[in-house]
Design a protein around this ligand. Structure first.
Ligand code: SF4
Ligand code: SF4
Length: 245
């Protein structure tokens, strides 16, 4: 349910544009798309999946993640490790569909749409557009159910994912980052821990004076200590403040 690249002449969709689509188990293509894909995982995708699977961060990353460096940005790319079977199937696909459906990653929620967005830092309005992906053999696009993009995003529960994922974009386009300069080892380590290894970041936060130094109020502090989403948001804010110092 994913895409690998955005065709350059792809038609742009706004939130009010419409498309027809339905995905259900009566289609002969059911489950056929959950294989042989490069499926990038955002920090919030990792949080949701590891929680759904009741795994600690290290175990999730070892069992389900593949690590690479984006040669253009020098940022890490974490993607889902496909099974090593003939079809390179997703580890979460089963006969009935997706076994982590309620916690499926951003790209699976967006499909058949893709989304491009630019940083909204420094008070800029975030610019985004959507596009319809071309997946050969997907019969869902022939179904009659009509959606606006806005309706689809809401129906698929992807809005909170987009909001948190955009914080990563703000890091990528950070005003203090030298364009084209890859992250050094210290920056990489910091980013991986705060974004993708929340169990390690929680320990770091508990054993350091980071919360005191950040002057968070008591209520926020309590949420950061108890809720993983609040911890991730704190991690992203911490990176925004310190990664390029
Ligand atoms: S996570 Fe679920 S929806 Fe996404 S590719 Fe895997 S089985 Fe399909
Ligand atoms: S309709 Fe498209 S998204 Fe749904 S199972 Fe078929 S190929 Fe996958």
């Amino acid at each position: 349910m994913l895409f690998d690249s955005v065709p350059p002449d792809q038609q742009k969709y706004t939130l009010d544009d419409t498309f027809s689509f339905a995905c259900h188990n009566e289609l002969s293509c059911f489950n056929a798309c959950c294989r042989n894909k490069h499926l990038p995982l955002s920090p919030y995708d990792v949080l949701r999946l590891k929680r759904a699977l009741r795994l600690d961060s290290d175990t999730f990353l070892v069992e389900y993640a593949v690590y690479a460096l984006d040669p253009r940005s020098g940022f890490p790319i974490i993607s889902l490790r496909m099974r090593e079977d003939e079809g390179k199937t997703c580890p979460f696909v089963c006969e009935e569909g997706c076994r982590v459906y309620n916690d499926r990653p951003t790209a699976c929620r967006l499909f058949p749409l893709g989304r491009a967005s630019k940083s909204g830092g420094n008070g800029e309005t975030r610019d985004q557009f959507f596009f319809l992906q071309d997946i050969p053999g997907c019969l869902g696009k022939g179904e009659k159910k009509l959606w606006t993009v806005k309706q689809w995003l809401k129906d698929q529960g992807v809005l909170p994912y987009m909001a948190i994922n955009d914080k990563m974009l703000d890091l990528l386009f950070h005003p203090k980052r030298e364009v084209g300069k890859p992250l050094d080892d210290r920056q990489l380590q910091k980013l991986i821990v705060a974004c993708y290894n929340l169990d390690a970041f929680r320990t770091f936060v508990a054993e350091s004076n980071l919360l005191d130094a950040s002057r968070v109020d008591a209520e926020t502090r309590s949420r950061i200590e108890k809720e993983e989403t609040a911890l991730l948001m704190f991690g992203l804010a911490y990176l925004t403040a310190t990664l390029f110092e």
